[in-house]
Design a protein around this ligand. Structure first.
Ligand code: GRF
Length: 206
């Protein structure tokens, strides 16, 4: 594995299929990134099991183990910092990150709707109940808001007659996994700049 590969810490809260796509991608050295740790806010999830099966170090920082949110934010940031990431990837991590993490590292997030429509924990359900005919997924930089950071990449997914939340979310996730892998790889290989809300691949001054 190249020592030049970007170091990723991936954060998960659930089944970890997005994580799995990244684990599969980093097996190819030309991808340009490696996963140095997987963190979670809860135990007993398939996301952690996927990391363990891949031989990737894991850590868990539960909000309920701390007297207040600030203490959890600081503890999580310290756990992440211990792995010296170049990029933190929230792959279905169902907590808003606090200032200690956001100030220290670039953080990427993925969301199962076409932002700025339908932010928050129920993007698929909200799009469906609004009656949209096209939804999709968004990969963006995380900031202090709920799904409000600069958008990096988006892909559309049509809503089909008869879709329920589970069926639509599965179709979105198929697209989301590819978009996440492609986006993280390009960021690792090409670098990026952000001007205001505008994200561009490529290192500054090129
Ligand atoms: C993804 O759709 C993500 O955008 C959303 O939760 C899902 C996580 O899926 N926040 P998985 O855990 O990667 O399978």
């Amino acid at each position: 594995m190249s020592s030049q590969a970007a170091r990723l810490v991936v954060l998960v809260s659930g089944s970890g299929t997005n994580l799995q796509s990244l684990l599969d991608a980093v097996a190819d050295e030309s991808y340009g990134a490696r996963i140095v740790a997987v963190g979670a806010d809860r135990v007993g999830i398939e996301g952690l099991a996927r990391a363990e099966r891949a031989g990737v170090p894991t850590f868990v920082e539960k909000l309920s183990d701390h007297p207040e949110r600030d203490a959890w934010d600081r503890a999580l940031a310290a756990r992440i910092a211990g792995h010296r990431p170049d990029l933190v990837v929230c792959a279905g991590f169902m907590k808003i990150l606090g200032a200690p993490t956001l100030a220290a590292f670039p953080v990427l997030n993925t969301h199962p709707a076409l932002l700025p429509a339908f932010p928050g924990a129920h993007g698929v359900r909200d799009a469906l109940s609004h009656g949209v005919r096209i939804t999709g997924c968004t990969v963006m930089l995380a900031d202090a808001g709920v799904d409000t950071g600069p958008i990096i990449a988006q892909e559309a997914v049509p809503v089909l007659d008869g879709d329920d939340e589970a069926a639509l979310h599965e179709r979105i996730k198929t697209v989301e996994r590819s978009l996440l892998v492609e986006t993280v790889g390009r960021m690792a290989r090409e670098g990026w700049t952000v001007t205001g809300r505008t994200f561009r691949f490529g290192r500054p001054g090129r």
